[in-house]
Write a protein that binds this ligand. Structure first.
Ligand code: XIL
Length: 369
């Protein structure tokens, strides 16, 4: 009896222990479920910190050597961008200092900086009427001589950076605001068929580095339909005649008072050319009346952010394969060409004077898919 009792007793104890064990396991699994809940599982919930982490295309900025030598500037650029454009130092008058003199120091510095920091380089710009060297303007070459010299220039510059630069603006701003060719350009004065000359320049660049993506770059393409039509005609001609154009750069020096809807419709229209699209010099100015007493108030700050969202989401509506990059024309409001060209009170970029991300930065992020 005793022994039977003790067996019964030990069976009861076993059952008891088993139940305690079971409760322990249930508690454990509940705890681990709690831990799971604390870890975000929905990718939508993960907060993206930088543009380059979120964008599915390169995010570039225009920079200068002097600014890159400032540690704050260089860090801000490296943290927020993955493509470099030279703001000034790869233009013709900066490199081609005399008929046989080339000055590559600054351009080399920029290209090396980008490569050392795993960034791509977009070359800007082989031809631009505003950066034609003075000696070339006054050289009074006939068209044959002019073209031979420019051909050598293009071959020299493009070959130097072969494999290091992914893309070049071959020609910049050849059309005036009414859509006709710019008559003040040396090329216009030298050639009967300036567009044919530009087409051959695309060819010279492509032959020097066949892997390059070659762009025509201009401002106000989205707002100015006359200019857009001229660009379309030129691109169609290039395609028909076999000149290697890969993309169109819309500079997009825009404003908070621009029309948001027309950016989407005209970018969509431009994309029907089937070429790559580069928003190549984006900045958004705020001081509409160039007023000395302008204050960048919180409502202005928000308007600018909304415009950044609008531009970026317009870009996101074009087919993925045609999205080349978005490049801002500078990194910080501390250094922007607009304080000279527009008004000293301008705040057009994504980082403020102290390199702090502005509301505009969030607007840009919001526009990204
Ligand atoms: C501007 C630079 O920002 C200035 O620093 C320079 O003095 C002049 O050129 N469109 C272009 C750019 O294609 O090359 C221009 O850059 C701005 C307008």
């Amino acid at each position: 009896m005793r022994s039977t009792n003790s067996i019964i007793c030990s069976r009861a104890m076993c059952k008891h222990f088993f139940l305690i064990f079971l409760a322990f396991i249930v508690m454990l699994s509940a705890c681990s479920k709690k831990a799971d809940l604390a870890t975000p599982i929905d990718p939508q919930v993960i907060v993206t910190k930088t543009l380059i982490e979120k964008a599915k295309f390169p995010i570039g900025a225009a920079v200068t050597v002097a600014h890159l030598k400032e540690a704050d500037f260089a860090n801000a650029f490296k943290n927020n961008y993955n493509q470099l454009t030279a703001e000034y130092e790869m233009k013709m008058n900066q490199i081609w200092t005399s008929p046989s003199g080339y000055s590559f120091g600054n351009a080399d510095y920029l290209v090396n900086f980008a490569l050392q920091n795993n960034m791509k380089v977009h070359g800007h710009t082989l031809l631009w009427y505003q950066s034609t060297p003075d000696w070339l303007k006054t050289a009074s070459y006939d068209s044959l001589n002019f073209e031979n010299n420019v051909k050598t220039y293009i071959q020299t510059v493009v070959s130097r950076y072969k494999g290091k630069i992914v893309s070049w603006d071959v020609a910049n701003e050849i059309f005036a605001d009414n859509g006709s060719l710019r008559i003040d350009a040396t090329v216009y004065k030298t050639f009967k068929d300036p567009v044919g000359f530009y087409g051959r320049c695309f060819q010279y660049a492509k032959t020097s580095d066949p892997s390059l993506k070659l762009f025509y770059n201009d401002y106000d393409i989205v707002n100015n339909s006359a200019k857009r039509n001229s660009i379309r005609k030129m691109a169609d001609r290039f395609k028909r005649e076999g000149y290697p154009i890969d993309g169109i750069g819309e500079q997009c020096h825009t404003t908070v008072w621009s029309n948001k809807a027309s950016i989407t419709s005209s970018l969509t229209e431009l994309a029907t050319l089937g070429l790559l699209i580069h928003i190549s010099e984006l900045d958004i100015r705020v001081n509409q009346n160039k007023s000395d007493s302008y204050v960048f108030t919180s409502s202005e700050i928000q308007k600018q952010s909304d415009m950044y969202s609008a531009v970026v989401s317009a870009f996101e509506t074009i087919p993925q394969a045609q999205k080349f990059a978005i490049t801002t024309w500078g990194v910080t409001d501390k250094y922007t060409w607009l304080t000279g060209w527009w008004h000293p009170k301008e705040y057009p970029l994504l980082l403020d004077n102290l390199y702090v991300k502005k509301v505009a930065y969030d607007g840009f992020l919001l526009g990204l898919k």
